[in-house]
Structures are given as C-alpha cells and as structure tokens.
Design a protein. Structure first.
Length: 343
C-alpha cells in the first residue's frame, strides 16, 4: 500500500534537488563576494548594506528577463552566458538614472530541476553581478511540472541600485546643442530573438553548424555599469539611454524633454556583421531599427566640450562616437538618413 502513496516528488517536484541547488548558490555567491556577513541565501529574505557615503540617497529598481534567447541556449545546450544577459538587462537600465547597482535577485522556473544546467545559469548570474559590481543576495527557484515542457525554463530578475539625488540623471539636464553619442553594442544583446529564430526556422539555418551564428546568437549582453558610473561621477553626462527592445527611436524618446528633439544621423552608425546578415535576409530597415540595437548598445547625451574627456573611460572596441545632437522641436526623435549596411 505504501508504494502507492502520493508524494510531491511523484508529482514532479524534487525538494531535495532544490535544496542542493540553494546550497550551491549560497556557496558560489559567498566565494565571489568574499563576505558572508549578510549572506542569507536560503532564508526568507536577504539583507544588504546601503552605502553610508551617499548624503541624499534615492533607490532605483529595475526588472527584466532575457526573452526567447533562452531557446537559443536550449538549442546549443549552452547555459553559462544567459545569466550575464539576465543581470545586464536590469543593471543597464539602472545606470540610465545614474544609479549604482547594489544587489540582484533572480527567479528561475523550470519543468524539472537539472542541477548541471542550473549551476551553469547561476555561474553566469554571479559573473554578471561581478562585472556590475553588485551582490547576488538571493532569488527563487520554482519546479513547475505541467507548466513547462520537458527541458524548458524561464529566468527573470531584478536589480536595486542607489544614487545621490544630486547625481540623478533626468530629462532636466538635457539641453539644446548637446551631442548624442553611440556606445557600440557587442551584438544582439537580448532583444529581437523571436524574429531571429523565426528567420532561422524559415531559412532552415542550422546554427549548430554555422560557427558565426553559433557564436553571435549566444554572445552575452555588454554591461556598461563601470563606464557610465565613472562618467556620472565626473559630471560628464546629461543623459543616457539603454538601447533595448524598440530600438533607437523608442528608447531615446524616453529621456528627451517635451520641448526638445533628438536628431540622429543613421549614416554615422557603425553597425555589426550580425545585423548586416539579418538585413540581407529580407528585413526592412524600419523593422531592423525598431527591433534591434543595430550596433548601438547605449547612447550618451553630453555637453560638446566633454567629448574628449569621455573617450578615455572606454576601451577602443566600445569608444563612443557622435551620431546626432539635441535640437528644438516637438518630435522627440528624428531618424535621418540610412544605415550603410554594406560598410
């Protein structure tokens, strides 16, 4: 009779496996942080310090996921980079306000706990936090049989940061004649993958055999925390925008005051090979611009006199360059010209 008893494990949820995973997270995050004082992973809540050197602190919070890039990870059976993507998608939004990331929490929901796969994901999250100079203080793992197909999962997360009210970046700082600089992306980042996957399916492209696509499609999102925080610390920024879903026009428009316009010269954009490959597969320029970053991962809005000072904070590969300026006008963003997809 006992062998027929109903158990949580028989329903598809393995609490023992989940507990092993929590111990792994606590161990790896403690080693990376080098400080166990406030490590409460596995408890009901996580504790962290608020910097005491900020006179008028404002808390900033952002949340996001990595979308269907997860399906690329599944297809390639490679999970050690999408955790970096997950952190990047939140912290790159935080720094738009000038906030320093303090901590990050993740949420992983999966059909069945696969410790090898989930350890790879967490290692990526820890690496993303290290690049972002913030702490992984906790999260949640949900085993959800029946909700996800075999091998399927989703990840999401949120970051909390802090900024001194005097260093807060907002629309009020943006002025007429400011320059708009493009900070290069390192690829697709984590946007537009539903279109990418649709194209690959229709074209019957085997990305496992295509070395270029295999490398490009799983490449983790560039994290801009160090550079942007250094610029804001030196009062070299009037505004900035993280170029994610919606592309240049939609994301830049979110930071432009009502009485001003951002005029962007598309001819000046230095795009990347992956976007040229996408464009030649019968995707219109308009569709490219509203779906992908097209080579511009981040935009800076600056006083023209600061351009030389700004360059020294970036590597040669990601050095910002001018793509436009702020003018008077009611149109938040004007995209002029065309990207040279053959350059």
């Amino acid at each position: 009779m006992k062998k027929n008893r109903f158990t949580y494990k028989k329903s598809g949820v393995n609490i023992d496996a989940a507990n092993k995973f929590v111990k792994f997270i606590a161990n790896i995050s403690s080693k990376k942080e080098g400080n166990k004082k406030f490590n409460n992973i596995g408890g009901f809540g996580s504790i962290t310090n608020i910097p005491n050197n900020i006179k008028n602190p404002k808390i900033v919070a952002c949340t996001d996921g990595v979308g269907t890039k997860i399906e690329i990870a599944n297809l390639l059976n490679k999970y050690d980079t999408i955790g970096i993507d997950l952190v990047a998608m939140s912290v790159n939004d935080l720094i738009v306000q000038g906030a320093k990331p303090l901590f990050f929490l993740d949420y992983i929901s999966i059909n069945k706990i696969d410790l090898k796969k989930m350890r790879s994901i967490i290692k990526g999250i820890v690496k993303g936090c290290k690049i972002s100079q913030c702490s992984l203080v906790g999260g949640e793992t949900a085993e959800m049989p029946g909700t996800y197909e075999k091998g399927k999962f989703d990840i999401a997360g949120f970051a909390v940061g802090v900024v001194d009210s005097k260093k807060l970046l907002n629309k009020k700082k943006i002025k007429k004649n400011d320059l708009i600089l493009a900070v290069p992306s390192n690829g697709l980042h984590s946007n537009g993958f539903s279109l990418v996957r649709y194209l690959i399916e229709k074209k019957k492209v085997d990305i496992k055999k295509n070395l270029f696509l295999r490398k490009e499609l799983i490449k983790p999102t560039k994290i801009y925390v160090k550079e942007i925080l250094n610029l804001n610390k030196k009062n070299l920024l009037n505004g900035c925008a993280n170029i994610t879903g919606g592309g240049l026009a939609e994301n830049i428009s979110r930071i432009i005051p009502d009485n001003l316009s951002a005029e962007v010269d598309l001819n000046k954009i230095k795009t990347l090979k992956i976007f040229k490959w996408l464009k030649k597969n019968n995707i219109s320029e308009n569709e490219m611009l509203k779906t992908f970053n097209c080579g511009v991962g981040f935009c800076l809005i600056i006083n023209p006199k600061n351009i030389e000072k700004i360059h020294k904070y970036f590597s040669k590969e990601h050095k910002p360059y001018i793509i436009g300026k702020i003018t008077s006008g009611k149109n938040k963003v004007k995209l002029n010209g065309y990207i040279d997809w053959l350059q």
